[in-house]
Design a protein around this ligand. Structure first.
Ligand code: NAD
Ligand code: IPM
Ligand code: MN
Length: 368
């Protein structure tokens, strides 16, 4: 029997607990029915805990995640009672930054023709993956406010881009394309305006691309990328970009695949062999989360679509060494859409829990 893999569950806020409950049932199915060597560890972290005792992301929890856990499943963080988002940043960025999960992999894949909102486009036109840099950029929190609250106020957030950070993300995107036989990698920056930070992206992209002669490397400004994604998403296979642009572009991408209820993501540290002269052995732990947030207006109403979280479990199982299960879950989700066993946002009439019932019921019928 393979050694057990410990999965940490952080349901979080808003619809997070509702969608993670259904995703957890999928993991329990794999553990209890299929005999996968999984242990689940539910963590009490999020806005409720923060409001109760001030805890955000304790160092001892981080230590255990870093050394004992194989994967983290996160629902969503963000609660109107914590307007400063202190807990959300500590937990989300604590995981992404402190585990050095430099690649946020966000597939933009439509699992049914009816999910695609573009005139004349089908599901087969929407099949790409965004590699979002996940540990640098504008997200590092460097900066400050001066003369706050006065008419002379100054507010600064620094945009940090390192050679190592940019190169490893771009290499990871090309490696992913090569491993999957994808022919095209596009990089989106704003080097026409951000002439220091994004000239680095521009230069490194072309340097890295030389090592992948069979792959078409295309540079785009991010504003043009947004235009082209809506006009014709079929021209893209892999997109590499910085932290902020990756965040924005993947919400746009979610719209192309049926909405945020369908968009999954993985935060990982791919083992890029050599990059900037340094070895990156790769850390085994990954953090997996749907792209959506806590959607406060939907919370507690059994309306949230849990399929993004089910697809996210698929990405997790693939990361843990079971890629066939990602394919199985993706097929099942496509069937949920086709047979309208889904929530209203994607054309069905079921509640969050009923979708989970259907998913685990079908998994139990498909033990071949
Ligand atoms: P959101 O993603 O929560 O919701 C945006 C829209 O998408 C809403 O109209 C919502 O109804 C819809 N939607 C989202 N998830 C859905 C689902 N599973 N099923 C059906 N519809 C769904 O974005 P927001 O409203 O901008 O943010 C709400 C809070 O979540 C904020 O505090 C934000 O900071 C936070 N947030 C957290 C994460 C995260 O934890 N990773 C991600 C994004 C936003
Ligand atoms: C996401 C979210 C987060 C981000 C927020 C909650 C800070 O939008 O995961 O897409 O911008 O990374
Ligand atoms: Mn986002």
């Amino acid at each position: 029997m393979a050694s057990k893999k410990l999965i940490a569950l952080i349901a979080g806020d808003g619809i997070g607990p509702e969608v993670v409950a259904q995703a957890t049932r999928v993991l329990e199915h794999y553990r209890d029915v299929r005999g996968f060597p999984l242990d689940l560890w539910a963590l009490d972290l999020g806005a409720e805990r923060y409001l109760r005792d001030g805890t955000t992301y304790p160092p001892e929890v981080h230590e255990r995640i870093a050394h004992e856990v194989s994967a983290v499943l996160l629902g969503a963080l963000g609660d109107p009672r914590v307007p400063g988002m202190q807990h959300a940043r500590d937990i989300l960025f604590g995981l992404r930054f402190n585990l050095d999960l430099y690649a946020n992999i966000r597939p933009i894949r439509a699992l049914g023709d009816d999910l695609v909102p573009l005139k004349g486009r089908r599901a087969s036109d929407v099949d790409l993956v965004v590699f979002r840099e996940n540990t640098e950029g504008i997200y590092v929190g460097m900066g400050g406010q001066f003369k706050r609250g006065t008419r002379d106020e100054v507010a600064i957030n620094e945009d940090v881009n390192t050679r190592k950070g940019v190169e490893r993300l771009i290499v990871a995107g090309f490696e992913y394309a090569r491993a999957r036989g994808k022919r095209r990698v596009a990089m989106a920056d704003k080097s026409n305006a951000m002439r220091h930070a994004h000239e680095l992206w521009y230069r490194v992209f072309h340097e890295v691309a030389e090592g992948y002669p069979g792959i078409e490397a295309r540079h785009l400004y991010v504003d043009a990328l947004c235009l082209l994604l809506v006009q014709d998403p079929s021209q893209f296979d892999v997109i590499v970009t910085c932290n902020l642009f990756g965040d924005i572009v993947t919400d746009l991408g979610a719209a192309l695949q049926g909405g945020l209820g369908m968009a999954a993501s993985a935060n990982v540290h791919p083992p890029v062999a050599r990059c900037c002269g340094a070895e990156h052995a790769g850390t085994p732990v990954g953090m997996f989360e749907p792209v959506h947030g806590s959607a406060p207006p939907l919370a507690g109403k059994d309306l949230a679509n849990p399929l993004a979280s089910v697809l996210t479990v698929g990405m997790m199982l693939s990361h843990l060494g079971w890629p066939d299960e990602e394919a199985r879950l993706e097929k099942l989700v496509a069937r949920a859409i086709a047979e309208k066993k889904c929530t209203r946002d994607v054309g069905g009439s079921l509640g969050t829990r009923q979708v989970g019932d259907w998913i685990v019921g079908e998994l139990a019928h498909d033990l071949g």
